[in-house]
Design a protein around this ligand. Structure first.
Ligand SMILES: Nc1ncnc2c1ncn2[C@@H]1O[C@H](COP(=O)(O)OP(=O)(O)O)[C@@H](O)[C@H]1O
Ligand SMILES: O=P(O)(O)OC[C@H](O)CO
Length: 495
């Protein structure tokens, strides 16, 4: 009974990992699913794809581990955040595709709200910048657009959830409609200080409260899955948004510790303990995963396109056959040959918050090759993260001494070396790169007695490799100046 199953429902794939009581991954499974791009700046997922791929990977991981559901002490769920699902409470069927966090269709709605003077209230209550990134305006858009949706919502027939809620609803056969504080804090509907859904913001967007899930801590015995899914009921004991789960799995429990995850996007989180610090530099205040009743907060910088730029080189341009192949290609040239790639495919997130920016490849010359573009793409990921760290350093009480990293693209050594060079602080990669799933497993393990306390989790975290800065600060600053100049050229591109 000392295994834990972590379900990690990410933007591009669903993963399931079985961890043992020492936090070692015993078996894992992964499935990619369809990305739907119905219009420029729109991104959707089919909620049933999310559920089916997640269930299939859970079954496969158990099978590979050679264990059954009865061997599990519990299950932890972590997920792409903000992505908005609306479904029928009676049939469990989604009313529409999920609107993905990257989707910008509600940018105009946000601009209207800002023009009407609501940004400050939203900032003060939710810790967030008024932006289409978050669930609130996506849900309002669904209610405005789908026939009868608002009326049916008012009649209590519909349920809203981020992906954690959606999966838990399915896993529990519709018995549980819940979420945790870290996911709730990304909806732009949640008062992070009082820890309740915010009645004023709900009224502003005309969202009926009956749609919303119950909010819990991130660790606890929340309820059992139906036996039919995994062969026996399993206790759902951990829930957290993927970035907060990664902060937890990276053992960034002490205020001042930070991690950056290089997945589809890049997400840098700084643990601020019990203090909900307000950023003066374009970052978000968010709720960290909560292992106990003590509230925990973080400062977050979110970049919309990180590893996704590599996926675009692979799938959009056919330049590489796999994401891994980008590293040798980029390393085949000593620098980007003056090319700067600003991957603002869906606008720019922190610290710029510009939904109208679009991607730009600047500094092309007749001598530019695929290798230069590949290198510029990796540098573009690192430059964006450097902008986040600069904002964080400006907001933080003490300078950061290291940055812990994880996520799919953190396997790329060249990217992490460029990152350390630009930041001027060591970049530290842990042995377990699946820190998101690990964090979810740890939250579930704390609630089910597999782990005794946070100190035990801190002892399990181990370094794989440290990347130390290898260029002068002057050199780093001059490269970043070129980057900043490129960013100004792609801002406000799409009217
Ligand atoms: N070796 C690599 N170099 C650069 N990018 C990579 C590499 N391996 C994976 N990626 C990128 O990382 C992303 C996948 O990371 P992952 O953490 O699985 O993302 P998510 O949780 O957002 O689905 C993809 O966008 C992929 O292109
Ligand atoms: O699926 P990921 O790992 O790219 O994470 C997505 C974030 O949660 C979006 O805020």
């Amino acid at each position: 009974m000392s295994y834990i199953l972590a379900l990690d429902q990410g933007t591009t794939s669903s993963r399931a990992i079985v961890f043992d009581h020492q936090g070692q991954a015993v078996a894992s499974a992964q499935q990619e699913f369809r990305q739907i791009f119905p219009a420029s700046g729109w991104v959707e997922h089919d909620p049933l794809d999310l559920w089916h791929s997640q269930l299939a990977t859970a079954r496969e991981a158990l099978q590979k581990a050679g264990i059954g559901a009865r061997d599990l002490a519990g299950l932890g769920i972590t997920n792409q955040r903000e992505t908005t699902v609306l479904w029928d409470r009676k049939t469990g069927q989604p009313l529409a595709n999920a609107i993905v966090w990257q989707d910008r269709r509600t940018a105009a709605m946000c601009e209207k709200l800002a023009a009407a003077g609501h940004a400050e209230l939203i900032r003060a209550r939710t810790g967030l910048v008024l932006d289409s990134y978050f669930s609130a305006t996506k849900l309002a858009w669904l209610l405005d657009t789908l026939p009868d949706a608002r009326q049916r919502a008012e009649a209590g027939e519909l349920a809203f959830g981020t992906v954690d809620s959606w999966l838990i609803w399915q896993l529990s056969g519709g018995r549980l409609h819940i979420t945790d504080v870290s996911n709730a804090s990304r909806t732009m509907l949640f008062d992070i200080h009082r820890r309740v859904w915010d009645a004023d913001i709900l009224a502003l967007l005309n969202i009926p409260a009956s749609l919303l899930p119950e909010v819990h801590h991130s660790s606890g015995q929340f309820g059992l899955t139906d036996a039919e899914w995994l062969g026996a009921p399993v206790m759902i004991a951990g829930i957290a948004g993927d970035q907060q789960a990664a902060l937890f799995g990276q053992a960034c429990h002490q205020p001042g510790m930070a991690k950056n995850t290089y997945g589809t996007g890049c997400f840098m989180l700084l643990q601020t303990g019990s203090v909900a610090r307000r950023s003066e530099h374009g970052l978000l205040t968010t709720v960290a995963a909560q292992g106990s009743s003590e509230p925990r907060f973080a400062l977050e910088g979110s970049v919309f396109v990180g590893g996704a730029v590599v996926q675009w080189l692979r799938d959009g341009l056919g330049m590489v056959s796999s994401s891994q192949a980008v590293e040798p290609l980029a390393a085949s040239v000593p620098d980007s040959g003056g090319v700067i790639f600003v991957p603002a495919f869906n606008g720019l997130g922190a610290p710029h918050w510009d939904p109208h920016a679009r991607g730009g490849l600047l500094g092309l010359s007749r001598g530019t090759t695929q290798a230069h573009i590949a290198r510029a793409a990796l540098e573009g990921i690192a430059f964006q993260s450097a902008d986040l760290l600069e904002a964080m350093q400006a907001d933080a009480e003490a300078p950061l001494t290291e940055l812990r990293v994880d996520g799919g693209a953190a396997a790329n050594n060249l990217l992490l070396q460029v990152q350390a060079d630009l930041l001027g602080v060591p970049v530290v990669r842990p042995k377990v790169l699946e820190t998101t799933a690990l964090g979810a497993a740890q939250l579930a393990g704390l609630a089910t007695g597999v782990y005794s306390d946070i100190a035990e989790l801190e002892r399990c975290w181990q370094v794989d490799r440290i990347f130390t800065p290898a260029i002068s600060r002057d050199e780093a600053e001059s490269r970043r100046e070129r980057w900043r100049s490129a960013v100004t050229r792609v801002q406000h591109w799409q009217g």
